[in-house]
Each structure stands twice: as structure tokens, then as C-alpha cells.
Design a protein around this ligand. Structure first.
Ligand SMILES: [Ca+2]
Ligand SMILES: [Ca+2]
Length: 185
């Protein structure tokens, strides 16, 4: 597929292709998507401009229905101001791409579910997870039961939380996980 009227030079496209799992057409497509998210953002006039992660989460069709969309977009912001630039957006699209290696997906998934950023997935993280996937519709008794069961099943060292290694072990062979951790623009 030709690159057509790309806003990027061949060198820029080569670099993006090297750094992501995307081909030139996908990069151009991602650019068009990103540009149309917020017509009032600085990005329209400046390729280095940034867009609020909440606007990205709410306006990209592939994310719109994902209960974790805000968390996902926030994680990919390279600066703590909650604004995403195009490089951040490409990184995100690249991780969700079919061609992204499993190890990398698992690393990002762990960060995604570690809602309180303390490097383990514990009771509170699982509670937030269940609230989000049920749209806060799960009763607290049932929620506690589900969380206890999950922890019992995957917490091999018995410290009541799920480490990165324990998380990896359950996900690595779980095909369903890879279905949920992918989208294509
Ligand atoms: Ca945590
Ligand atoms: Ca553990």
C-alpha cells in the first residue's frame, strides 16, 4: 500500500515503523484519527500538540465502550499533565495491535490493573476492576467472594496480592485475555 498524501516524511514514517508495530498506512490512519479527536486542540495546527486523555478515551470508537478507557489513555500519557501527544497515542495503538509481543501486552495489562500504582494487584485493585467491568453493579458480598477466589487461585506465594510474576503465569496461556487486549484502528 502506498503512503499517499502522508503528513509525515519518509524518514519520520521509517522511524515510527521501527518504534511501533504499525505499518505506514496504519500510522497515517492513526494520525487522522488523532487529529479528529478534538478540533479545538493545539494538535490541529501543530503535530506536537497534545490532547486531553479523557477526550481520546471518549472519542476513539475502538475505546469508547471499553470500561478501562480512561485508565488506558492515562497510562500512555508521557507527561503527568493528562495530555497525550501523537507519540503517546501511537504507543498505545501499537500495544493493542495484533503484532505486539505477548510479553509487552502483559506488562501493560499489569500496569492497567494495578490501579493504585503500588506494583502489585491486591484486593483494592480487584475491587476497582470489578466495579468497572460491572459498571458498579456488583453487590459487595459477591464482590468480596469473587476477589477472595481470584486471589486464592493465583496467589502462589500467599501474600494476598498478585505479583507481576503471578500475573504473567495466569495470563501467558490465556487466549481470552489477548482477545480483550487488542483493537485495530
Ligand atoms: Ca496495586
Ligand atoms: Ca502473591
Amino acid at each position: 500500500m502506498g503512503i499517499g498524501r502522508s503528513v509525515f516524511s519518509q524518514d519520520e514514517l521509517d522511524l515510527y515503523q521501527e518504534l511501533t508495530n504499525l505499518n505506514a498506512a496504519e500510522i497515517n490512519n492513526a494520525y487522522k484519527k488523532f487529529k479528529n479527536i478534538d478540533p479545538l486542540s493545539g494538535f490541529q495546527s501543530n503535530k506536537k500538540g497534545r490532547i486531553a486523555f479523557t477526550a481520546v478515551a471518549d472519542n476513539v470508537a475502538e475505546l469508547k465502550l471499553n470500561p478501562f478507557r480512561y485508565r488506558i489513555c492515562m497510562l500512555f500519557c508521557s507527561e503527568p499533565n493528562g495530555l497525550m501527544d501523537f507519540d503517546d497515542f501511537l504507543d498505545m495503538v501499537s500495544v493493542f495491535h495484533d503484532k505486539c509481543p505477548k510479553e509487552r501486552k502483559v506488562r501493560w495489562a499489569f500496569r492497567l490493573y494495578d490501579f493504585n500504582d503500588d506494583h502489585v494487584i491486591d484486593y483494592d485493585d480487584l475491587s476497582t476492576f470489578l466495579d468497572l467491568v460491572t459498571d458498579y453493579g456488583i453487590e459487595s458480598d459477591l464482590k468480596s467472594e469473587v476477589i477472595q477466589r481470584v486471589i486464592e487461585e493465583v496467589d502462589y506465594d500467599g501474600d494476598q496480592s498478585i505479583s507481576h510474576e503471578e500475573f504473567e503465569r495466569i495470563l501467558y496461556f490465556n487466549a481470552e485475555f489477548y482477545e480483550t487486549f487488542r483493537f485495530r484502528l
